[in-house]
Design a protein around this ligand. Structure first.
Ligand code: SAM
Ligand code: SF4
Ligand code: F3S
Length: 478
């Protein structure tokens, strides 16, 4: 796995391309099977759970076994060219299956479907359905059409759709942590980014449907929700009666009040929009996690302007300092793009120096990939050679690794409250979970009878740049 793959995989909670698990009762209840694989950001994974719910309602049960599926769906990402290539490769495998079993339907969902629309059907002859992110309610009708031999396309973007009334089906979940979509689309026009074109205008979901979903999750034993949006700080919901508005800070508080045992996380924050009110709300509630993902993209004001990020290097640093001031223990992570149009060595040095100043706990680092239709593609030249982009990315990754490790070393000897999520990836003799700051903590199971969803206290004895290792503090549970 390359450094870039690693970054991408972590960003997606290492679930990239994961098929969702069937439920035992499926086998009796449904007469048809669907298989779904998801790529891209957490919002795409959350969308797949909405799609699963719509399909369940229409007689399709989930399977993780491709060979028994009647309907194969791939929920796609367009953020970088590599993401699209991965999907195309996977599609050729599905098409091979379809060539052998003509009655299987293959559907493309998500951002690539939206970007390419019906062109997809010309390019990929064996695809039967193309459905954009706002059109998932039409999947059952499109499947019926496709069963009669007609190809189905629905890529209409909506100004209202939030799927607020659909209870996502949590297949493939650990039963402890869940994503909850609070808004869709994005109104920012970062010049490098395809998301405003694939996801449409920003709209906020009914606050009470969000709270109801979180309450339901808590009732079912979940102990952590991550509120999702491309720019959560601009969440703003007004009741139809016009008598109530809910801002992101207010929403955070409402969700936190469900139970002190329910951890609340959120992603992603835009540096221009995160407010003191949000920071003080995080400080007020122990169960709102001290962790903020604050993508910077570049350390150079000139490049930030070309990127249309609407803040300067100084603004970002001031915001970073404000977070540290109000929330001294807050974990901070970022996104960085290397080699954006016209980026010079000096701009790149500015990014390195910003990272040296901020010492992020975690960074997702990419080299610039030009996306068709974006402002940058239309206005600027993708003029940094790929070798230079990759060298700069390697330098950024190096700096990040060093500071991430140093940050982890500072935690050795400390004791953290950890929410157990499940077995560690390496051994079923160890539990894995995260602390408030979103750091992964692994510790040996003891004779004490713990289970996923329990809070425990762990004393840290060693670390890598990505994981803290320690021992359970006996008798301390919450
Ligand atoms: N909404 C978030 C924000 O404002 O930062 C993130 C959106 S995007 C899904 C995740 C990350 O992908 C971005 O923060 C950016 O670093 C990266 N990204 C987006 N477009 C890119 C491109 N054309 N080339 C390389 N990386 C890109
Ligand atoms: Fe893309 Fe910018 Fe919107 Fe994030 S805020 S999704 S980077 S346009
Ligand atoms: Fe990819 Fe679409 Fe998310 S482009 S990152 S799946 S919003």
């Amino acid at each position: 796995m390359s450094v870039l793959d690693l970054a991408t995989a972590t960003h997606n909670e290492a679930r990239q391309g994961e098929a969702i698990m069937p439920l035992a009762q499926d086998i009796k209840q449904y007469h048809k099977r669907f298989y779904i694989e998801s790529y891209g950001c957490a919002m795409n994974f959350a969308d797949s759970e909405v799609v699963a719910s719509i399909l369940n309602e229409n007689g399709f049960g989930a399977t993780t076994d491709l060979t028994e599926a009647d309907l194969i769906l791939i929920n796609t990402c367009s953020i970088r060219d590599k993401a699209e290539q991965t999907v195309r490769k996977r599609l050729t495998e599905f098409k091979r299956l379809k060539a052998a079993r003509k009655d299987i339907l293959v559907g493309v969902l998500g951002c690539m479907a939206e970007r390419l629309k019906s062109k997809f059907l010309e390019e990929e002859q064996l695809v039967d359905l193309v459905v954009g992110p706002d059109a998932y309610r039409s999947i059952p009708a499109l499947v019926t059409e496709a069963e009669s031999g007609q190809k189905g396309v629905d890529v209409l973007l909506s100004r209202e759709e939030t799927y607020a009334d659909i209870a996502p089906v949590r297949l493939g979940s650990n039963g402890v942590t869940a994503f909850v979509s609070i808004m869709r689309g994005c109104n920012n026009m970062c010049s490098f980014c395809v998301v405003p074109f694939t996801r449409g205008r920003e709209r906020s979901r009914d606050a009470y449907s969000i709270i109801a979903e979180c309450q339901d999750l808590f009732g079912k034993g979940y102990r952590e929700v991550t509120l999702l949006g491309q720019n959560v700080d601009s969440y703003y919901w007004t009741a139809e009666t016009g008598t109530e508005t809910v801002t992101f800070a207010m929403l955070l508080e409402k969700v936190a009040l469900i139970s002190p045992l329910l951890r609340v996380r959120f992603s992603t924050s835009h540096p221009k929009d995160i407010t003191d009110e949000v920071l003080f709300t995080i400080r007020k509630y122990d169960n709102i996690c001290n962790y903020i993902h604050l993508p910077v993209q570049s350390g150079s004001t000139r490049i930030l302007q070309l990127m249309n990020r609407t803040y300067t290097r100084e603004w970002y640093i001031a915001k970073f300092n404000r977070i540290r001031e109000i929330l001294p223990d807050c974990g901070l992570s970022t996104d960085v793009i290397c080699g954006f149009c016209t980026e010079t060595e000096e701009d790149h040095q500015q990014t390195l120096s910003l990272m040296t100043y901020c010492r992020f706990n975690l960074s997702y680092m990419y080299f610039y990939s030009e996306r068709p239709g974006t402002l940058a593609e239309r206005r600027y030249t993708d003029d940094v050679p790929e070798t230079v982009k990759k060298r700069r990315l390697a330098e950024v990754v190096d700096v990040q690794r060093r500071f991430a490790y140093e940050g982890m070393l500072l935690d050795v000897g400390k004791t953290f409250k950890v929410l157990i999520e499940g077995n560690s990836k390496k051994s079923d003799q160890d539990w894995a979970g995260r602390n408030d700051q979103n750091k992964m903590i692994v510790f040996p199971k003891t004779t004490v009878d713990h289970k996923p969803g329990d809070y425990v206290w762990v004393n840290i004895s060693s670390c890598t740049s990505a994981t803290l290792m320690g021992e359970l503090v006996p008798g301390e549970t919450d």
